[in-house]
Design a protein around this ligand. Sequence first.
Ligand SMILES: [Zn+2]
Length: 135
Amino acid sequence: MSEALTIPAPELDDLSRPFWDALKQGRLTFQRCTACGHAWLPARSDCPRCLAPDWQRQDAKGGATLVSWVVYRMAYHPAFESRLPYTVATVQLDEGPRMISNIVGAQPSQLRIEQRLRLRIEAEADFMVPRFTPT
Ligand SMILES: [Zn+2]
């Protein structure tokens, strides 16, 4: 497959667009409920804990912890063939939200549960994606 293939672009709507726009400015953002303080990703209109519709968007500082991961050795989209093997992980931001991301800059055998990670925003075609690397 061609190196020019790009990964699928995110689907943008009024809720998710600010997340992707902030990444272009080098910021990873999440929502925090103004009623109960819960913080979450990905974007949604109401707090997943108390269902309040009132929240603020906040910047993550970039620190995170590795919760779990899998190593993909097979491409489920042609654009990923040249990246094999790659790691898909659940990471927990220091501010609380969990998100699905990639671990870069480390071999899968080097990864450990609760390992400290640092945000690394990387370019993909017309958008920027939040990935993480061990500290
Ligand atoms: Zn809430």
